[in-house]
Design a protein around this ligand. Sequence first.
Ligand SMILES: *[C@@H]1O[C@H](CO)[C@@H](O)[C@H](O)[C@H]1NC(C)=O
Ligand SMILES: *[C@@H]1O[C@H](CO)[C@@H](O)[C@H](O)[C@H]1NC(C)=O
Ligand SMILES: *[C@@H]1O[C@H](CO)[C@@H](O)[C@H](O)[C@H]1NC(C)=O
Ligand SMILES: *[C@@H]1O[C@H](CO)[C@@H](O)[C@H](O)[C@H]1NC(C)=O
Length: 503
Amino acid sequence: MKAQIFAFLWACILCGSFADFNSENSAKPCELAHKGENIEFPKDFSFGVATSAYQIEGAWNEDGKAPSMWDTYTHEHPERISDHSTGDDTVESYHRFDQDLAVLKELKVNFYRFSISWSRVLPNADTSVKNRKGIDYYNMVIDKLLQNNIKPMVTMFHYDMPESFNEFGGFTNSSVIDYFEAYASFLYETFGDRIKWWITFNDPYVFCGMGYAEGTFPPLVHSPGVGDYICMDNLLRSHARAYRSYKEKYYSYQRGKVGININPAFFYRKDGQTSDELVDRALQYQLGWLAGPIYNTGNYPSVIIQDIAENSKIEGLSESRLPVINSTWSDIIKGSGDFLAVNYYTSHYVEIATPPEGEVPSKEYDSKIKVSMDDKWRRAKSEWLYCVPQGLEDVLKWIRDKYNNVEVLITENGWSDDGQLDDPQRIDYLRAHLQAVLNAINDGCNVTHYTHWSAMDNFEWNKGYTEKFGLYSVNMTSENKERFPKKSAAFYTSVIDSRRILR
Ligand SMILES: *[C@@H]1O[C@H](CO)[C@@H](O)[C@H](O)[C@H]1NC(C)=O
Ligand SMILES: *[C@@H]1O[C@H](CO)[C@@H](O)[C@H](O)[C@H]1NC(C)=O
Ligand SMILES: *[C@@H]1O[C@H](CO)[C@@H](O)[C@H](O)[C@H]1NC(C)=O
Ligand SMILES: *[C@@H]1O[C@H](CO)[C@@H](O)[C@H](O)[C@H]1NC(C)=O
C-alpha cells in the first residue's frame, strides 16, 4: 500500500513536465529507410520476446528459493528504488505462467527468452541442494513452451547472484568460476535435453560497471578501474569454462549452442569527421572488451591492455589493474561462443577527452573518451535511452567485419514509457530497429534472431515500476494481475505473420 501511494505521488510529480517533454519529443525522428532489394526477413529468421527472473517471477522466498542479492538489496535499500518497490511479487510469473503463455501465443513469437534464477534451483549456490520445486517450475515452463511450438532460450545469469555467494565476494572472488561452471553443468544436465539456446551472462558491462565500479547496483561496491575489471575478468573465465563444459560433456548428445550476451552501443564522432580510429577505440572499450577475447584473439583488445598498463605504472602499481590472460586461459577463452547475443538500445556521440575525464582510476579515465547524446534524437522515458536505429545497423556491420561474421542474435531491444496502451512511440522504435536488422541482413550480416524487450511491463531495477518496456501492460492493482496488449503488440504480430515491416 505504502509503495502504491508513493508510486502515485512520484507519477504525478513527473506527469506535468513529462507531458510537455513528450509532445516536443515525439516530433523528433525515429525511423530508418530501407536499404537493399530484399524486403522480407529470411524464412528461418526467428522473432521472440524476453524477460528475466527477478523482474517477473516474484515468489522471492517461496518453495525453497533462497534470496539473490537483488532480494537483499531491495529489502535493505528501498530508498535506492525510484518508487521504493521490490521484485518480491512483481507480475507473479512464478504463479501465473499460463497468463504469460497466453501472451506469447497471442504475439505468435517463435521463441521466448527467459532467465533461470540460480538461487531458486540451487539455494546454496553450489550443488549441495537441488531444489525440486524450483526445478519443477522451469520444467513446466519449458514443456509448455515446446507443446506450443515456442522455442525456449535460457539466460543462466541475469544479475541475480545468490546472496550466499555474494557474501563471499561475488564476481570479485575467482572461486565464482568453479561455482558458475558447476551451476551451468547442472543446467545442461537438468534442462539440456530441451534447451538448445544457452546464454551464459546478460549485460556484463552493466552488471560489473554498476555493481563494482559505480556502486549503484548490488553489491554496491565503489571501485572503478579495479573492481569492475576483476568482475569482467572472472565473468569472462566463468563463461569460457561453462562453454567448454558443454562442448566436452553435453554437446555430443544435446546439440545446442552456447553464447554470451553483450550490450553494445555504436559511436559517432562528435566532430563529424569520418576517421575510424576513435570510433574503434570506443567500440573496443564497450563491445570488444569481452567479444574480442571470445570471438577473436583469446586476449583483451590491445588498446585496452596498453592504456591500462601505462596508467597503472603511472599510479605506481607493480602490475596492471587489468588481469593477465595467460596462454592456458587464452586457449580456453578463444572461440568459446557459438553465437554472439546482442542487447541493443541506443548509441552515443564520442570524442577524445583531453585531459582524460573520470575518477583516477576508472574506465572513463583509462579509455580517454567522453560520450554524449544528441538533443535531436527522440528520447524514451528512461533518460539514457534515445532512438538511434542506424546505430544497430552499424554495430551489426562492425561485428560482421571484426568477428568473422559470427552468428548474431539480437536478444534485447526496446523502448520505455509510462505504460499507456496506445504507444505509437514504441511502434516507431520497433519498426525502425527491425528495419536496421533487415538492412544489416541485406548487407551480409549473420543475424538470425530478433528479441523485443519485454513481453510485459515489469520491475525495472532501480527504476522500480516507473519505466515500462512491455508489449503488454499488467494490472498491478488487480488480484489476478491481468495482462493487456498495447497497440505495439499487434504491430509486432503483424511483422511476425507477414515477415515484413508493414507501414
Ligand atoms: C571465495 O569463495 C570461497 C568459496 O568457495 C570462500 O571459501 C572464500 O573465503 C572466498 N574468498 C573471499 C576473499 O571471500
Ligand atoms: C595460467 O594460469 C593458471 C591459473 O589461473 C595456471 O593453472 C596455468 O598453469 C597458467 N598457465 C601458464 C602457461 O602459465
Ligand atoms: C552464420 O553463422 C552460422 C553459425 O555459426 C554459420 O554456420 C554460417 O556459416 C554463418 N553464415 C555466414 C554467411 O557467415
Ligand atoms: C485493474 O484492476 C482493478 C481491480 O480489479 C480494477 O478496478 C481496474 O479497473 C483495473 N484496471 C484496468 C485498467 O483494467
